[in-house]
Design a protein around this ligand. Structure first.
Ligand SMILES: CC(=O)N[C@H]1[C@@H](OP(=O)(O)O)O[C@H](CO)[C@@H](O)[C@@H]1O
Ligand SMILES: [Mg+2]
Length: 574
């Protein structure tokens, strides 16, 4: 069981994510963990010894409590080794179902945990209780950590009903090692990233408070927008699907503080289950509108965010009633196009690159390379890979197709833009754009405000935006196999290395489809193999996806019956 977690632990997210995505009601079987040995370690703090009794009484969730506690310990040590810089710990399971939970760790610059610390975290999360105390002592001595030095940890959580208890466990882990913990309560993941970076830059990035976050983004947005609330085809009105998560709450807070600069109707604001039939993942993967959509005019702009508001996608329904998606690839291309134009207007020669993953639609990649003529790179799934690559450019635009992404500006770029702003009004605008962007991580609300700013400045509605290029029809399937790690990949996950023969079989199938492309990879967050397929038509895409899915089933140890293509059974595997 624990080894499962080792696998899921080595995940690719921007910072370092420990996705303990077991449904809480399914982990009761781990509760044999000894309270006494846990408490033995907890001699670090008498306080926790008391608290741990309370936590341990929640039998069905003590494994998560224990992991959360250990992550609190880890963050405290990490802060010490980084000279007391703030480390963030966010309790959330993001786009996953409400009963799931997990934790994301945020390094001082908002970046991923150093690779060497990923393995420290993995080992710490999985060490036997009886060895926990000695294990922590070894981390301290191996890394020459001064246990008397200061340590600062910020903690936040999404609005899952079990998050407060888990947040408490994280905080207890910090307290156990005599670290300073600051609890931010319910916040979005990108807000916590913002607070961490704001605190570590001593306010240069912004004030590390909720009000400081709203102020920075709203000021930039309203300065950019001015009195021009509508322009050309752009209408100042949109529907915001909050996935019943923290993003809905925070959007409402934004609206309270904004000066009617954007008309937003928030739906799925907490009346249903988090991410259930709503939110960015549902809209992207199911390619369907969320539950609770009001009847709106065709072409009304709609936005969906995920459960911790670090992903955003746009969608609308056309006059024939067809659902149309504007995903992360669309946002990336819109932003890259806008920024290139701004750089020209600013008379600045800065390198810009766009970073995607294999899930990027082939239509978008062609458009970037052939029309926008921006260098485009493909990296493995997970924002930490995208972020890392984006750092290589003066301006790095990175988005996963699912809507997670942001734009990062090098110090050099910022300096040049600032210097240029003395004489060039466009450079002044660009400085506001930088302020509007949450560079620390993908931020659904900040990304949305940026898209709104760009559409307004171009005078575009969703039709104009969609007309920039055509997406190829695409489909993702999930295949259950005995051990998903039998699948290994290379070339940014586009080529399958093992099981031997699978890639050749996929190539053969793909060659029968016009504009066909397909790849398979083990998920990092779920116990499944993911299949992605795209082709010239919807029917061909479905057929290709199912053919490839069955190859995985046959050659990689599929569990249960083979897939039946296509039609009504499709949704069972999506
Ligand atoms: C196809 C897909 O959307 N995969 C997602 C998903 O990872 P998997 O490794 O595919 O389970 O969750 C990650 C964390 O949110 C996200 O970075 C990634 O893009
Ligand atoms: Mg998320």
């Amino acid at each position: 069981m624990l080894s499962t977690y080792i696998n899921v632990l080595k995940l690719s997210t921007l910072t370092f994510s420990l996705w303990v995505l077991r449904r809480i009601d399914r982990i009761g079987r781990i509760h044999s963990m000894s309270f006494l040995t846990v408490a033995g370690f907890l001699a670090y703090s008498k306080l926790h010894r008391v608290l741990s009794r309370i936590i341990i009484t929640f039998h069905s969730a003590e494994f998560l409590d224990s992991v959360m506690y250990r992550m609190g310990v880890l963050a405290t040590l990490r802060s010490r080794i980084r000279g007391g810089a703030v480390i963030g710990v966010m309790v959330t399971a993001s786009h996953n179902p409400e009963p799931d939970n997990g934790v994301k760790l945020i390094d001082p610059k908002g970046e991923m945990l150093e690779a060497s610390w990923e393995s420290i975290a993995t080992d710490l999360a999985n060490v036997e209780d009886s060895e926990l105390e000695a294990h922590v002592a070894k981390i301290i001595s191996d890394n020459k950590i001064d246990v008397g030095s200061s340590s600062n940890v910020f903690v936040g959580m999404d609005n899952r009903y079990h998050s407060p208890r888990l947040l408490k466990a994280v905080a207890d882990g910090v307290i156990a090692l005599k670290g300073n913990v600051r609890e931010f309560g319910i916040v979005t993941t990108p807000m916590l990233h913002f607070f961490v970076v704001a605190a570590n830059t001593r306010g240069a990035y912004g004030q590390p408070t909720e009000e400081g976050y709203y102020r920075k983004l709203i000021t930039a947005f309203e300065t950019l927008r001015g009195d021009k609330l509508e322009n050309g085809n752009y209408r100042n009105k949109l529907i915001f699907d909050g996935a019943n998560g923290v993003g809905a709450r925070k959007m409402l807070q934004f609206l309270k503080r904004m000066h009617n600069s954007l008309q937003v109707e928030v739906i799925n604001k907490g009346d249903g289950k988090i991410n259930e039939n709503c939110g960015a993942d549902h809209v992207k993967v199911k390619q369907a509108v969320p539950i609770g959509m009001p009847i709106v005019e065709p072409y009304t702009r709609c936005v969906s965010v995920d459960g911790d508001a670090d992903r955003v996608v746009y969608f609308f329904t056309d006059d024939a009633g067809h659902f149309r998606l504007l995903d992360g690839d669309r946002i990336a291309t819109l932003v890259a196009d806008y920024l290139m134009d701004m750089l020209k207007r600013c008379d600045l020669d800065l390198s810009m690159g766009l970073v995607q993953t294999a899930y990027a639609n082939g239509g978008s990649t062609d458009y970037i390379a052939n029309t926008l003529k921006v260098p485009v790179a493909c990296v493995p799934t997970g924002v930490k890979h995208l972020h890392h690559k984006a750092l290589q450019y003066d301006i790095g635009v990175y988005f996963e197709a699912n809507g997670h992404g942001t734009i990062i500006f090098s110090d050099n770029a910022k300096c040049l833009i600032k210097a240029q702003s003395e004489t060039n009004p466009n450079a002044k605008i660009l400085l506001q754009i930088i302020d509007l962007i949450n560079e620390t991580v993908g931020d659904a609300i900040s990304d949305m405000l940026l898209v709104e700013t760009i559409l307004n400045s171009k005078g575009w509605d969703v039709k104009d935006w969609l007309a920039t290029y055509d997406d190829l029809p695409n489909l993702q399937l999930k295949i259950k196999v005995q051990d998903r790690n039998v699948i290994t990949t290379t070339d940014a996950e586009r080529v399958c290395v093992t099981p031997v023969g699978l890639q050749e079989a996929i190539d053969k199938v793909v060659s029968n489809y016009k504009r066909g492309r397909a790849f398979v990879r083990p998920s990092g967050t779920e116990d499944v193999v993911r299949v992605y397929a795209e082709a010239a038509t919807k029917d061909e895409t479905e057929s290709l996806a199912y053919e490839v899915g069955n190859l995985v089933h046959q050659l990689a140890g599929g569990v249960g019956p083979e897939l039946i293509h296509p039609g009504k059974t499709i949704s069972a595997h999506i």
